[in-house]
Design a protein around this ligand. Structure first.
Ligand code: NAP
Length: 226
């Protein structure tokens, strides 16, 4: 586990019965999200409002073009954080709208003209890492420079993998959608390479389960070294 100062981290995700996050690789999860109950959409927005920042992977931004704002409940807009090593995010991305503060985390090799263009859109840019965004360093920067105490991560699977792999996740909250989509290559909750032994499994403890409208919600604590 990382010993650096970092925020408390929750991964929150909508997930099918077979653990998938979308219909097929490269397709927006917004199609699945349409089927969430209204109460569950409110839970998602209320959770965003409880957190100081929301982080989403740059591929999710490219595919889903998410806004990541609090819209269905009253509340402060959390800082939107996107790890994007080479600063190649589309300048038309909704997350660069001025509706909420945005931080793009890049690496030292990100082209300076791209960094300038992002700053001109009103977003902050921080360098965290040499050749790729260093997630433990980014979380330390969020805690120390941005006062982020609670960070919500809304995927996708590659970001979820790197967060877990670096020991940076405290809790997981899943919204279970009553569908099976199948597909060997369809993204599931956690991407990355497969494990080679049971010792590498991430262990979780179920802490809560309830219905939100007709959607089952489960909550887990991630166990480290137990
Ligand atoms: N159902 C849901 O709740 C849900 C939620 C979100 C997304 N999704 C779906 O998930 C899919 C996209 O997921 P994805 O897995 O392709 O992409 P992703 O997780 O959204 O983005 C990949 C992220 O991983 C970062 N990354 C890659 N290697 C890294 C490393 N070694 N260290 C640190 N960061 C690293 C990349 O940053 P760089 O730019 O720096 O390379 C990028 O930010 C879409 O289909 C989307 O619809 C579903």
């Amino acid at each position: 586990m990382s010993l650096r100062k970092r925020p408390y981290v929750l991964i929150m995700s909508e997930i099918t019965v077979d653990g998938k996050l979308t219909l097929q690789r490269g397709v927006s999860s917004k199609i699945l999200m349409k089927y969430m109950d209204h109460e569950t959409e409110i839970l998602l927005h209320a959770t965003r409002a409880e957190y100081d920042a929301i982080m989403v992977g740059s591929r999710t931004i490219a595919i889903d073009n998410s806004y990541l704002t609090v819209r269905l409940v009253e509340g402060t807009q959390p800082l939107r954080v996107i790890p994007n090593s080479m600063a190649d995010i589309s300048l038309d991305a909704n997350v660069l709208s001025r509706d909420a503060p945005t931080l793009i985390a890049v690496c030292a090799q990100a082209p300076s003209d791209r960094v300038t263009a992002i700053r001109e859109k009103g977003a902050d840019v921080v360098v965290a890492g040499e050749t790729r965004v260093d997630l433990p360093l980014l979380l330390q920067i969020l805690a120390e420079r941005y006062g982020v105490r609670r960070l919500m991560v809304e995927g996708g699977p590659t970001l979820n993998y790197h967060m877990l792999h670096n020991g940076l996740v405290d809790a997981v909250r899943l919204i279970h959608l009553p569908f099976i989509v199948g597909g060997e290559n369809t993204p599931s909750l956690v991407g990355g390479p497969h494990i080679t032994s049971e010792e590498e499994m991430h262990r979780l403890r179920l802490t809560d389960h309830y219905l939100c409208g007709s959607n089952l919600v489960t909550e887990y604590t991630v166990l480290y070294g137990e």
